[in-house]
Write a protein that binds this ligand. Structure first.
Ligand SMILES: [Zn+2]
Length: 251
């Protein structure tokens, strides 16, 4: 049975996608062998499909490249602004200190702090997430030498070193703990945030007990209670968000 051009025209898209039945396919093939008009129509369908695919892929690649470029530009601008701000801060301190006391005295403290912050924060600002671990390594390595320099500038009977070094060790352990939590819960960022926040409670208790032994600070006061309450509430919100997202993914 011969089929008409109209029927073939209607069926061509199905034929092109290879989804029509074997007998239909055979009939259309026979018709196409004889009919120039329908052959050229099939050619047009093929071209449009390929064109669209290429176009979609090209748009996808361009979009990804633009995003990556935007991110890189953003990070470069961030790093530049950060450097300029640090530089302005250091310069202001030097000028004011020289004008008021005729020498570099107290300005050495903010200057050393700026240099320290510059070393520590630059990787994180420049490289984003990848830079955070690098920043943390720099912080872990430089914080004790920094405190030593600070204690030389400010004669504090060793209090800076005594308190500072212990605080830094606690902070380093806490920060690496957060990195470990985020590595472990990479796909559940809200849960990782909640755990990191809750971790702050035992760590601040450790800091309090350490401080209360070195200087006359209270072990636990109303401000701690308030801070802990806020932490628990915010963590609960993150845990809820985590379960909400998980349920939506499953459904
Ligand atoms: Zn035809």
């Amino acid at each position: 049975m011969k089929i008409s051009c109209d029927v073939v025209t209607d069926l061509l898209p199905l034929y092109h996608d290879g989804v029509c039945s074997q007998p239909t396919k055979k009939q259309i093939a026979e018709h196409l062998a004889e009919c120039e008009r329908c052959r050229s129509l099939l050619g047009k369908i093929s071209n449009t499909t390929i064109d669209n695919k290429i176009k979609a892929e090209r748009d996808d690649v361009i979009m990804h490249q633009a995003k990556a470029l935007n991110m890189r530009v953003f990070q470069k601008i961030g790093a530049a602004v950060f450097t300029v701000l640090l530089f302005i801060g250091v310069l202001t301190c030097v000028i004011v200190d020289l004008a008021v006391s005729g020498a570099l005295t107290w300005s050495l403290i903010p200057i050393s702090a700026c240099v320290f912050a510059g070393f520590v924060l630059t990787p994180a600002i420049r490289y984003g997430v990848r830079g955070i671990v690098m920043s943390l390594i720099v912080f872990s390595v430089l914080v004790v030498p920094f405190l030593f320099v600070l204690s030389l500038i400010i004669d504090s009977d060793g209090l800076i070193l005594a308190v500072g070094v212990r605080m830094s060790v606690i902070a380093i352990v806490y920060l690496w703990g957060i990195v470990a939590v985020f590595r472990g819960l990479w796909l559940r960022k809200f849960l990782a945030l909640a755990v990191s926040l809750l971790l702050a409670i035992p760590f601040s208790l450790v800091v309090n007990s350490m401080l209360s032994r070195v200087i006359a600070a209270s072990l636990f006061d109303v401000w701690d209670a308030m801070a802990f309450a806020i932490i628990v509430v915010v963590a609960a919100v993150f845990v809820y968000l985590d379960f909400f997202l998980k349920r939506r993914k499953i459904q």
